[in-house]
Design a protein around this ligand. Structure first.
Ligand code: C5P
Length: 440
């Protein structure tokens, strides 16, 4: 799969880096902070006391210079020549100097070349001033963020005070004004909104709200356009369940907005897959066991209409994880029934550990638990046809955010994660039994 790149441009303190970090975390990709590249050069010049006013000097100086990044998890360390500049990057004189040298062609060429080289190594979200317009004109998704000068100054003041930097609102406001001026009025690659970028004014939104909005756009962009046929089936199924059952869903807002990630549910009936399709939409991808597929004609027929990722429970080859990864990056919800088969008692059976293996290998960040209640009595295993006009209740939980994937590598930790996921579904089951089942 070729690598993808998402860009965020905008003026200083418009929320770019906070959002880029959040999105990188949610999508399991790396964050590329182009401002830190300019700051690295500036920090080096300041720390080593290099006289750098002359444009011709910087041009020669950068010819032999080296900028390196080392990721420690999601945190990047910056090295310029022999100096680790990470500790100096957030200092205000460094920011001012960065903004000053960023006007020079040689500096911009140096930074852009480094950014482009690094981006070849993986999937990235990059932020800056000219990333969508100049550095990555063919980026997969582009955003342009802004906010009023006052609200940006308030944010920056808070950020600096949290970092223990002495400052005042007036001082920050002045500095931002100056940097805005330098960034948008310079001759080479000024701050501009790329034509094809999504524009978001973040002034009156929380970063969580903006993040959701951006993730939604990313999902839309990456998602494959579902065929008319699949869309029709989903609409048909919704109509079918609403007409023939007393069908109610709680937490539908979570399933509707669910971005590429793993969905898991209890499994007692043929209806489960179909119900999940009505909730998750035509881009849904199912994980199915090769063994079950081979012996069950009806499942083969139903699922032939939707993309499947087949798995042999004993061995989960690289290709399997690659298919899961691809689906997640395209914004598809991947459905798994972690019990492995339909439960014959109508209660949640033990989970197989495959669910944790997928989460670990594909670095899945969001997992959505769904409990499907009522269908066991409607169409249980062994019953030829379903009964009608009964109550079906689906409970969609808030997505679980998963982090620390490296720590889950051992068998013990995988078992722990599997238990936790089962625990979440058991809670939903209890909630269903206490609140809805008795009223069925
Ligand atoms: O984004 P940040 O504040 O870290 O950037 C520091 C400075 O680097 C900015 O004020 C801007 O002048 C410059 N810069 C740039 N182009 C970019 C990123 C940053 O000119 N793509």
């Amino acid at each position: 799969m070729s690598h993808f790149i998402i860009t965020i441009d905008g003026p200083s303190a418009s929320g770019k880096s906070t959002l880029a970090k959040k999105i990188a975390q949610r999508l399991g990709i790396n964050y590329l902070d182009s401002g830190a590249f300019y700051r690295s050069i500036a920090a080096y010049l300041i720390e080593k006391d290099v006289p750098s006013e002359e444009e011709s000097f910087l041009s020669t100086f950068l010819e032999g210079a080296q900028l390196k990044l080392k990721y420690e998890g999601s945190f990047a360390r910056y090295y310029f020549n022999d100096l680790e500049v990470t500790p100096f990057l957030r200092k205000e004189p460094v920011a001012m100097k960065a903004s000053f040298i960023a006007k020079q062609k040689a500096v911009r060429n140096f930074v852009n070349k480094n950014l482009q080289e690094i981006s070849k190594k993986g999937d990235f979200i990059a932020d800056g001033r000219d990333l969508g317009s100049k550095v990555f004109p063919f980026a997969d998704v582009k955003f342009f963020l802004t906010a009023t000068l006052e609200s940006r100054a308030k944010r920056r003041e808070l950020e600096q005070k949290t970092m223990g930097i002495e400052t005042s609102f007036e001082k920050v406001l002045e500095q931002l004004k100056l940097r805005d001026e330098q960034d948008s009025k310079r001759k080479i690659d000024p701050l501009v909104k790329p034509e094809d970028a999504f524009f978001i004014d973040t002034t009156s939104f929380t970063s969580e709200e903006v993040c959701d909005q951006m993730l939604f756009e990313i999902k839309k962009k990456f998602s494959v356009q579902p065929s008319f046929f699949r869309t029709f089936i989903c609409i048909f199924l919704k109509g079918y369940f609403s007409l023939f059952y007393r069908f109610q869903v709680f937490g539908e807002e979570y399933s509707r907005k669910f971005l590429g990630g793993l969905v898991y549910a209890n499994h007692t009936s043929f209806y489960d897959g179909l119900l999940l399709l009505t909730l998750l939409g035509p881009n849904t991808v199912f994980i199915a066991s090769q063994k079950v597929m081979n012996k069950n004609f009806l499942i083969r027929l139903i699922t032939s209409l939707f993309p499947l990722i087949l798995v042999d429970e004993k061995k989960m080859p690289r290709d399997f994880f690659r298919s899961c990864n691809r689906a997640i990056h395209r914004g598809c919800p991947i459905v798994i029934f972690p019990e492995g088969a339909r439960s014959t008692e109508g209660v949640i059976s033990p989970f197989k550990e495959g669910i944790s293996s997928i989460i670990v290998h594909c670095k899945v960040k969001e997992v959505l638990p769904i409990y499907i209640g009522g269908v066991y009595t409607i169409w249980p295993k062994g019953k030829l046809l379903p009964s009608f006009f009964k109550k079906i209740t689906v409970l969609v939980s808030k997505p679980i955010q998963v982090s620390g994937h490296e720590e889950v590598e051992t068998k013990n930790n995988r078992a722990f994660l599997t238990d936790q996921l089962r625990g979440r579904l058991k809670n939903l089951e209890k909630h269903f039994k206490d609140t809805y089942e008795c009223r069925t």
